[in-house]
Design a protein around this ligand. Sequence first.
Ligand code: SAH
Length: 362
Amino acid sequence: MDGRGRVFGTAFYSSSSQIALRLLSPKTLPAAAAIQQLIPERVGAAIDYRQRVVAGSDAYRLVFSEADGLPGLIVDRYGAILSLQILTQGMDSPELRHSVLDALVSRLAPAAIIERVDPRIRELEKLPALPTRVAWADGMAIGANAPEARVPALAFCMNGVRFQFDPMAGQKTGAFLDQRENYAAAARYAHGNALDCFCYHGGFALHLARACSSVAGVDSSRAALECAEANARLNGCEIEWIEANAFDLLKDYAAARREYDTVVLDPPAFARNRASVPTALGGYKELNLRALRMLRPNGILVTCSCSHHVSEADLLGVLASAALDAHRTVRILERRGASLDHPAILTIPETAYLKCIIGSVI
Ligand code: SAH
């Protein structure tokens, strides 16, 4: 409540996070039991929403934390497997964990639910360490000790492109699901020879391969590229995978006057906090400048930022400044965000973290 005793609502409190309070409800919830009762309702609403907005994919985000009124809970679906992350002290309570698993199992009857653990986040949130493991498997009672067994790798499909998926490994819960609609959008404009910088498992590259005469993907992680190559085989397409620092590679290619018809820039979050925004903008500028210099007339630039401290206006500003330096005119074709299964809530700007600008370079 505020200083005058006016109720703001009920929130999860964290003793260690920079975000001390995460609002759960504008009402006063009298007891922990009332919070527990919210869980099935909110999980159910989150699932219903995805059924309305997701098409053509059996992998998508089912629950997106604050955006679904469930602060600190992420659930992704990969076919019959659910991958769950718990990121806050509030959501980590045994009762709420039980309610979450119960709601997911009764609504979706998955084959298994994996809990993915980011040790850094548990440490920051002062939560006891946990391994990534099977939290529930078909036939098991909720809360029982999960089997030691690993859930085997499987394949999922988005926009008609197949991806292999190891539920127990990789970044995020396994894929960058937030880019799903942007992959399809990029492929609608892409043509000629394409370069996918920061390609990870090849999300953009595999989609571009359907529209382009040749595609190369660049990433500094060998493990990510091995997975990308396996994905390319799964889809019967030929893509050149290059293990390199994308900054160095773009510099070398620009110096060698290489030319492309399509360039994708999807770097990791450069700005982890507000103080690092100026440096991050410098990084975005360098990448975009080099890409613009290498694009042929009518070339397509797909440029992304997933740092929520960098706004769309910031990214457009950097792109404009790079375009001026490169003496190129950029026609904005689309200004996009994350796929609809990662809903952006108007009053929670942090939920609109992903920006994807598609431009035609004249
Ligand atoms: N475009 C991808 C997601 C990119 S995530 C997709 O849609 O799935 C960012 C990727 O950048 C990671 O795979 C990481 O390994 C890679 N990376 C980080 N720094 C890099 C650098 N300097 N050069 C090349 N790749 C880098």
